[in-house]
Ligand binder design. Structure first.
Ligand SMILES: Cc1cc2nc3c(=O)[nH]c(=O)nc-3n(C[C@H](O)[C@H](O)[C@H](O)COP(=O)(O)OP(=O)(O)OC[C@H]3O[C@@H](n4cnc5c(N)ncnc54)[C@H](O)[C@@H]3O)c2cc1C
Length: 453
């Protein structure tokens, strides 16, 4: 066995989710994973794979007392000979893949933050700055080596275990541990990125929302354009209220993005700054999603109450802003961020919806929004306050959406754990997913991330 075994390990998946593991097994091969699962099954102990350690669902806490299967030694990245497919280890993080492929003149569809794994986002869809071109991360999966609950290892692809392959792309956490997997690789484009950052004070909130809705066009915009940002506290711009800090990223020149920026200028930002000629390998740090930047922090508690929308409702945004402002006026919560993400939908809509288990609503609703609350310490009162405000904010956003999409859909990877299965998996896919779950994992060994049964 190439793995190393730490009895009484105390390293949790992340300080934010703290199942207290009895042991941590650092696996290095597929056989190691099999042995770890076989051992856990023999002893009837729960087990949980950990790759990036950024999962925030409360259901992960049910792995308490179990064995952590630490994937972080599974770091292989191998491009095939014609450069179209890359084999990736089950513990590879976004930064490692992006930097490695860049040196080879390639890129792949991944999540944004450098610190999450490739596989974590992929298994529930995976939102990406490249999704406007190539669909979700999951749409790019070619095959996977999966260690099942029984300890058996199989290949899942369009031709081998095709139903498992379908389920991995939308509900993968429920079906096995992916030792390695293959995704499509693409040539790096000849152009670099332009990143325009705009800041608004709260008195411009409604004007900003109008501009955002106009430019986003319910997801139907050029794939070169990526819209993402947050409402957060930046005392340099406003010492009393949170501000809107938004970014338009464009695969192209400043002149090419200017027509979109012009619409945002009409909403009277307090600041506009532009970074030009940003190489793809530097994109994530330039947009503050780098491995050592705040978005990747793991030293605080986190709670996020997400909802997916067709577009933003001004009344709902103002009401939610009031809650967010009140919450973050409490210094314990003042680094929190309310994410407003619209990565573009054309590449997502172009996929065959029934080819994967990604919820149709995930494809149809172009706006992802989640007020993320961060705070330090173990106070029960602080956790309750974060949760109370989280629910209020999601409720306000959902109520506002009744006029547009009547959505209650929540992106599975942004779910907190109190959502219904229909909300995250979609009514269309749930029966088939549950039938497959009963076939592949009847004892619900993979039951710590929105368990299907
Ligand atoms: C800072 C941050 C940035 C994010 N950015 C994005 C983004 O850009 N796009 C997006 O779509 N989502 C994003 N998310 C959400 C993200 O998809 C989920 O939090 C995801 O679960 C993180 O995966 P991880 O490997 O980092 O976390 P982990 O906590 O290690 O894993 C999460 C779940 O995946 C399971 N798992 C881990 N490795 C494997 C494996 N090899 N095989 C099978 N199961 C495994 C774990 O058991 C756990 O259930 C982000 C979250 C955070 C906190």
């Amino acid at each position: 066995m190439a793995s190393s075994f730490h009895s009484l390990g105390i390293r949790a998946s992340s300080p934010r989710i703290e199942p207290s593991f009895t042991a941590i097994v650092e696996v290095a091969t597929e056989e190691d994973i099999q042995q770890a699962i076989n051992y856990a099954n023999r002893c009837d102990i729960a087990f949980l794979a950990v790759a990036g350690g950024h999962g925030w669902q409360s259901t992960i806490n049910n792995a308490n007392g179990g064995i952590q299967i630490d994937m972080r030694k599974m770091q292989q990245i191998e491009l095939n000979s014609n450069g179209t497919v890359v084999l990736i280890g089950g513990g590879v993080l976004q930064r490692h893949l992006t930097q490695t492929l860049y040196r080879l003149g390639k890129q792949a569809v991944t999540g944004l933050c450098e610190c999450t794994s490739i596989i974590g986002p992929l298994m529930d869809g995976g939102h990406s700055v490249l999704q406007g071109f190539y669909g979700f991360v999951a749409d790019n999966l070619v095959s996977a080596r999966v260690v099942l609950a029984s300890g058996e290892a199989v290949t899942a692809s369009a031709t081998e275990h095709p139903e498992l392959f379908w389920a991995l792309r939308g509900a993968g956490h429920n079906f096995g541990i992916l030792a390695s997997f293959e995704v499509k690789a693409y040539d790096l484009p000849k152009t670099n990125w332009t990143i325009v950052s705009v800041i608004y004070t709260q008195d411009r909130l409604e004007d900003f929302v109008d501009a955002l809705n106009d430019v986003d066009s319910e997801g139907d915009h050029a794939p070169e354009l990526v819209l993402a940002g947050a409402i957060t506290r930046i005392p340099a711009f406003d010492t009393v209220y949170p501000v809107v800090a938004y970014q338009l990223s464009y695969l192209g020149t400043a002149d090419e993005v200017e027509p979109y920026v012009a619409r945002f200028r009409q909403a009277s930002p307090i600041s506009v700054t532009t970074a030009e000629n940003v190489a793809y390998k530097d994109y994530y740090i330039a947009t503050s999603n780098g491995y050592n930047q705040t978005a990747c922090q793991k030293d605080k508690n986190i709670s996020g109450y997400a909802i997916s929308l067709r577009k933003y409702n001004k009344v709902a945004i103002r009401k939610t802003f009031g809650y967010f402002s009140n919450l973050t006026a409490d210094a314990r919560f003042n680094t929190s961020v309310w994410l407003l993400e619209s990565y573009g939908s054309r590449g997502v809509w172009a996929q065959n919806y029934s080819a994967t288990a990604v919820a149709p609503a995930e494809r149809n609703l172009p706006v992802l929004t989640v007020p993320i609350t961060w705070w330090a310490g173990n106070s029960t009162e602080a956790r309750q306050k974060a949760e109370t405000y989280g629910k209020l904010m999601r409720g306000a956003l959902a109520a506002g959406d009744h006029e547009t999409s009547n959505s209650s859909h929540v992106y599975l990877n942004y779910a907190i754990g109190d959502e219904s299965l229909e909300q995250v998996y979609g009514v269309e896919n749930l029966p088939k997913l549950q039938a497959l779950k009963r076939r592949y994992d009847p004892a619900n060994k993979f039951g710590f991330y929105m368990p299907l049964i």
